[in-house]
Design a protein around this ligand. Structure first.
Ligand code: MSP
Length: 512
């Protein structure tokens, strides 16, 4: 396992404010970053905003303001949204940052000097929503499959990148590295693209038409094409922060994206890297769409759910839990408020929340919050409960490595269900009535507090706020959430005092 690891989200366009779709990828990257940190790895987690190009220039124009002013505003909203949502990114990149512009210009010059960029004329169908040309066979009924709009015919003199020079090398790399692009369906989609001859990539826009971009270092009449500029963020941000040590992170780089931007990431980006003399990134992970009914949730379709609103109404962790639990990474999922509420009430309110409050209420009622000693080594049902957590930990780790967040949570919730079963079977509230059994009741509750502490560790990457609150209620060092796992029965000394229960997830009442 690598000691250093790098996670990225796409850098989001600043023509729209963050919605559930952007939040999903960012929460996924955050969960992975937290998990790998808890495993003792040095993580670099990068997100940011993509601020150049036609799309942004047009959006700013509509508002009648300067593109930079407009970008400052929306980029600030992304940044503060992620802060409010507890996203643990190590850096936030903006493509209007000076260090990024310098990096892009250096790469452009290098590729130009090596002969892979030439001047020529091209006409093609351009979708401003996607900021790329489309071949006829990629269109559906003549429209962009994503934006459902007809692309515009653009013909002009421009600079082109000889992407085809790297087609064979990329094909070979994908074939030799079966996990380069996952899930496999997307890898096959890319292999399909690479079976056709790759057209050269237009990497410039004349300033006479669009001036909002990074100037080409070899021709001041042109700015750089927004994807060429944006993709380089993954290296400019990393090298800016990590300096010469960047290579150790780059060797274990994981890009997280949705299926809308597979071609730029799986074809444009690796060929740019090869042309610029950088090693290829390690892995590209592609997820599906969050839909509303039949359509993709997107600003252009006007059907979005806002993360801050969800946080305000239901709390951050309920939202994170739903996103990670209800989408199998790689597949599409639909958002409905009913599904959200059902999941929240069943798994969080009645599940984890109820368990924590029952255990802490009994601990307070019977022992004034103080833990009783263990009576001996774990046996029978006590041991089975520990085993349920050991299994949950092993399985959830393996699922997290495989990006199967929903399965990791399902396994953790099996351990929580084992706690509920343990409470029913050991019935501490009944045993308490028999005075000779009170020491045993103390032991049962001690074991359950241990279980809650383990639960806090396991949920931390997914629900950091709840993990923290649980740790506080158990009055444990929050550092207990990291590795190595505490030993059952040795976590708390007898007499350790836990807090009174608080409601972690107030039940959502549905108005009829
Ligand atoms: N700026 C480019 C990316 C450049 S990366 C070098 C871009 N930006 S975007 O704002 O359109 O963001 C697209 C990404 O947002 C998707 O790949 C995905 O991560 C996320 N999502 C936006 N809408 C989504 C859904 N409805 N469902 C799932 N993810 C979605 O493309």
């Amino acid at each position: 396992m690598p000691e250093k690891i790098y996670f990225t989200t796409p850098i989001y366009y600043v023509n729209a404010e963050p919605h559930l779709g952007h939040t999903y990828t960012t929460v996924v990257a955050d969960t992975l970053a937290r998990f790998h940190r808890s495993m003792g790895r040095e993580v670099f987690f990068l997100t940011g905003t993509d601020e150049h190009g036609d799309k942004i220039a047009q959006a700013a124009d509509l508002k009648g303001i300067d593109p930079k002013e407009y970008a400052d505003h929306i980029s600030g909203i992304f940044r503060s949204t992620w802060e409010t949502c507890g996203i643990s990114n190590d850096h936030f990149i903006r493509t209007t940052d000076d260090y990024h512009r310098n990096f892009v210009q250096e790469v452009l010059q290098k590729v130009y000097d090596s002969g892979d960029i030439y001047f020529g004329e091209y006409g093609g169908k351009y979708c401003t929503g996607c900021e790329r040309f489309y071949a006829d066979r990629e269109l559906v009924d003549g429209k962009c499959p994503d934006h459902e709009t007809e692309p515009e015919w653009i013909k002009e003199e421009n600079y082109f990148f000889r992407m085809g020079n790297y087609q064979e090398a990329l094909l070979r790399h994908i074939e030799d590295n079966p996990d380069f692009i996952s899930p496999v369906g997307y890898k096959n989609e890319v292999l399909g693209l690479l079976r056709e001859p790759l057209e050269d990539l237009c990497i410039s826009r004349p300033k006479s038409r669009l001036s909002w971009g990074i100037e080409l270092p070899f021709d001041s009449n042109y700015v750089c094409y927004v994807w060429f500029d944006a993709l380089l963020n993954y290296l400019s941000g990393l090298t800016h922060v990590k300096g010469p040590a960047y290579g150790e992170f780059w060797a274990h780089s994981h890009h997280l994206i949705a299926k809308d931007i597979v071609k730029p990431h799986a074809v444009f980006w690796p060929t740019i890297l090869l042309a610029a003399g950088f090693p290829l990134y390690d892995k590209l992970h592609v997820h599906g769409y969050w839909n509303m009914g039949e359509s993709k949730m997107s600003k252009s379709l006007g059907n979005v759910i806002r993360p801050l609103e969800m946080r305000e109404r239901f709390g951050l962790d309920g939202f994170r839990y739903f996103l990670l639990r209800d989408m199998a990474f790689g597949m599409d999922s639909s958002f409905t408020e009913d599904a959200f509420i059902t999941r929240f009430n069943a798994d969080l309110s009645n599940g984890l929340g109820n368990l924590a409050s029952r255990v802490l209420a009994m601990q307070n009622k019977y022992f004034e919050g103080r833990l009783a000693p263990m009576l001996g080594p774990l046996e029978g049902g006590d041991l089975a409960l520990r085993e349920a957590f050991t299994t949950a930990e092993e399985k959830s780790k393996a699922h997290l490595e495989g990006l199967a967040f929903h399965l990791a949570l399902e396994d953790i919730w099996k351990a929580l269900a084992a706690c509920d079963k343990y409470v029913v079977e050991t019935a501490p509230f009944k045993l308490w009535k028999d005075e000779s059994q009170r020491a045993r009741v103390g032991e049962i509750l001690h074991i359950l507090c241990d279980a809650l502490r383990h639960a806090a560790r396991l949920i931390e990457p997914f629900m950091p706020e709840t993990a923290q609150r649980l740790a506080e209620m158990l009055d444990t060092d929050p550092g207990c959430l990291a590795e190595p796992a505490p030993v059952w029965g040795e976590t708390f000394s007898p007499g350790h005092e836990v807090a009174k229960p608080q409601t972690l997830f107030p039940r959502i009442e549905v108005r009829s």
